[in-house]
Design a protein around this ligand. Structure first.
Ligand SMILES: Nc1nc2c([nH]c(=O)n2[C@H]2C[C@H](O)[C@@H](COP(=O)(O)OP(=O)(O)OP(=O)(O)O)O2)c(=O)[nH]1
Length: 151
């Protein structure tokens, strides 16, 4: 029997940036401007973890690069739709080999988010208007969990 190596996944980290970690009422959505296949879709700011980086380091780096914000992270967002990944623990499956870990986060130090890289628009969404933008399809299940957290 030929040896078939296990499929390895690539970790993407994302932030569900909210207005207030203690009482979240709005979520920050970001519209991608690249690559062409993803442009126009909305997502959680974040990106792939680089070799040698921890998930937490990658999250802070991506938020600084993409939004110019420093954040305090809250609980990891987990819920129905998460799966067990041998390398990365509980994750939200994305497409292909990509898997997502997602944390609640809040901007600190008076920093406010602006689209610096990868996005051309940001929008604060309440639970009521969460679905008014076209999200990347793979984000739907995580968004259902966040919808429950927004008051
Ligand atoms: N950041 C982010 N990526 C998502 C989400 N949902 C989703 O399917 N993805 C996909 C889109 C991309 O294929 C991939 C993340 O790649 P990325 O392009 O943001 O990563 P990156 O900034 O590190 O860029 P690069 O190294 O590939 O140039 O995960 C989401 O909510 N946030």
């Amino acid at each position: 029997m030929p040896h078939v190596p296990p499929t390895r996944t690539r970790l993407v980290v994302g932030a569900a940036v909210v207005d207030d970690l203690d009482r979240p009422t709005r979520l920050l959505a970001a519209r991608r401007n690249a690559p062409a296949a993803l442009a126009g879709f909305w997502e959680f700011p974040g990106g792939k973890v680089d070799p040698g980086e921890t998930a937490e380091e990658a999250l802070h780096r991506e938020l600084d690069e993409e939004l110019g914000v420093r954040v305090r992270t809250g609980e990891e967002v987990l819920g129905a739709g998460c799966v067990d990944d041998p390398d990365h623990g509980r994750v939200w499956p994305l497409t292909g080999e990509l898997v997502l870990r997602l944390w609640l986060a809040e901007a600190v130090d008076g920093t406010s988010a602006r689209p610096l890289a990868d996005h051309d628009e940001l929008r604060w969404l309440t639970a009521h208007d969460l679905w008014t933008v076209p999200w990347l399809p793979a984000d739907a299940l995580a968004l259902r969990r966040i919808e429950q957290l927004l008051t």
